[in-house]
Design a protein around this ligand. Structure first.
Ligand code: PEP
Ligand code: MN
Length: 263
């Protein structure tokens, strides 16, 4: 179902009116996690002002350490719902388990399946029975084929609205958190009709590398960028070192939009 020859043309996934995979580059931006109403609304305000129409933020956070901030859960979802109404933004938020999927689904305009859950088959099947589009991140050590089979789990349950997201792969390189696999973007687009976007934040883990990698991903043909930004990165409860400052974020939007226009 994911194969390029299984559809007449490229799939365009509609996320609350935003056509992902269409002519325009899609921008999804926001903090790693929902931390407070003030934090979320401050970021949502400048994200909306940038022209981006999708706000990302996790309420359920899949953290490497069980002692790290795990997200605000239901309270975070409620804040996301309020942010949608206040700023007229679509909400991108992660579902980490089958048990809490219903709550995420109520609020999300796009349900994110995180890298660590790319082969959580029960979660993929649940997402496949959802009426919401799904953002499927590539596992940090997954081949393109494994990633597409993961998409197949969602598609084969009946949900045809899947967006793929390259977010960096496991690396021996010590300068960055992961290695952005730029070539997988055109390689995936050759094999599948699904939209492919990139996450330069988790791919690098470093604020100073995020914008160059965002530019590279768009130049390689990504249909969109999902990026982390925070009003006060030094105070962030997760992923502060990779969060773009508001001014950097606005600069990135201008640059990636200009690159897209050249293609
Ligand atoms: C995230 O988007 O905050 C996240 C945890 O991403 P990933 O699953 O790619 O690590
Ligand atoms: Mn994050």
């Amino acid at each position: 179902l994911a194969s390029a020859d299984a559809a007449p043309g490229r799939t365009i996934v509609d996320v609350r009116g935003v056509k992902v995979g269409g002519r325009d580059l899609t921008l999804m931006a926001g903090p790693c996690g929902v931390e407070s109403r003030e934090q979320l609304f401050t970021v949502a305000r400048y994200v909306a002002e940038s022209g981006a129409r999708l706000l990302r933020a996790g309420a359920h956070k899949p953290r490497t350490s069980p002692y790290a901030f795990q997200g605000l859960g239901e309270e975070g979802l409620e804040l996301l719902d309020q942010a949608r109404r206040e700023f007229d933004l679509g909400i991108v938020t992660e579902a980490t388990e089958v048990e809490t999927f219903d709550g995420v689904e109520r609020v999300a305009d796009l349900v994110q399946i995180g890298a660590r859950n790319m082969q959580n088959f029960a979660l993929l099947k649940r997402a496949g029975r959802s009426s919401r589009p799904v953002l499927l991140k590539r596992g940090p050590a997954a081949t393109l084929e494994e990633w597409l089979f993961a998409a197949e789990y969602v598609l084969s349950e009946g949900n045809r609205n899947v967006i793929l997201c390259e977010r960096g792969i496991r690396t021996w390189s010590a300068h960055a958190r992961n290695t952005l696999d730029v070539s997988v973007i055109p390689a995936a687009k050759a094999l599948t009709h699904l939209p492919v976007i990139a996450d330069p934040s988790h791919a690098t883990g470093r604020r100073d590398l995020v914008i160059p990698c965002a530019r590279a991903a768009v130049a390689a043909g990504a249909d969109g960028i999902i990026v982390e930004t925070h009003c006060q990165p030094s105070q962030a409860l997760s992923d502060g070192p990779q969060a773009l400052l508001p001014s950097d974020f606005l600069q990135m939007v201008g640059q990636v939009t200009a690159i897209r226009d050249l293609l």
